[in-house]
Design a protein around this ligand. Structure first.
Ligand SMILES: C[S@@+](CC[C@H](N)C(=O)[O-])C[C@H]1O[C@@H](n2cnc3c(N)ncnc32)[C@H](O)[C@@H]1O
Length: 239
């Protein structure tokens, strides 16, 4: 079943279908487990309401969703949405063993045409998804639509660091070594070359912030990790 309509989305969807089985392992290896810490920062930021209902856009294997219910000690309900059926199936298969897994639910669908009513969520979170999205304004507009007034939007993603010694080190690791390591572990070099290229060619964090504001969000803030190689955007839907 395909939830993606745009040819670029269909290519992204089938790529994530292909690599779903090794995705969690590769995430940990490639990020030296730092992704776990960044995810926790995003989760703590989005869980500001009491017993919130939160949407995880592009949930993948559900990492962010499972960590969120764990951090909230079950006092949050998370719905994970993803257009890759294999990713959604993996997330569903992890529910039974995950702490507070019953507070999560996973559905297949596009985040650019979310099969959800408007103004129902207290929070919307997304991790490492933006670079894969064909129409970012539509993605942010959908996040805005499904959030309640005063609902919080939090996005975590990778960006190309721009200057200094870290940018040089990063380009050796992420643009040269990582596609090779990812290819070796996943048997899909093309997918990890895509990951590397998607970061190299992505917008600056400031441009992404502008796009988020243009969707109507206010109180925008950017938090940078690893000299800006990973950034967290936080914004609020005004009342
Ligand atoms: C790099 S993975 C990130 C998964 C997860 N958020 C995480 O933190 O591990 C990107 C995910 O976004 C999904 N995705 C990309 N564009 C999407 C869209 N327009 N609608 C729904 N899912 C999308 C992909 O299928 C993939 O599972």
């Amino acid at each position: 079943m395909s939830a993606a309509r745009h040819p670029r989305d269909q290519a992204v969807q089938s790529m994530f279908d292909r690599i779903a089985g090794r995705y969690d392992l590769l995430n940990r290896v490639i990020s030296f487990r730092l992704d776990t810490w960044w995810r926790a920062q995003a989760i703590r930021t989005v869980l500001s309401a009491e017993n919130p209902l939160v949407i995880d856009l592009g949930t993948g294997t559900g990492d962010l969703a499972f960590n969120a219910v764990k951090i909230a000690n079950g006092r949050a309900r998370i719905i994970g949405l993803d257009f890759s059926l294999q990713m959604v199936r993996l997330a569903q298969s992890k529910r039974a063993k995950a702490p507070h897994g019953s507070s999560t639910a996973f559905i297949q669908g596009s985040a650019m045409a979310a099969p959800l009513r408007e103004a129902i969520f207290d929070g919307a979170m997304t991790a490492f998804v933006l670079r894969n999205v064909s129409e970012l304004p539509l993605f942010f507009a959908e996040a805005y639509r499904v959030l309640k007034p005063r609902g919080k939007f939090v996005s975590l993603d990778m960006f190309p660091p721009t200057s200094g010694w870290f940018a040089k080190l990063y380009s050796i690791y992420f643009y040269r070594m990582m596609p090779w390591i990812g290819g070796l572990l996943s048997n899909d070099r093309q997918a990890y070359q895509y990951l590397s290229d998607s970061v190299r060619q992505f917008h600056s964090p400031e441009t992404v912030a502008t796009l988020i504001s243009e969707a109507g969000f206010k109180e925008l803030a950017i938090r940078k990790f690893l000299c800006g190689a990973v950034c967290m955007h936080v914004a609020v839907k005004p009342s």
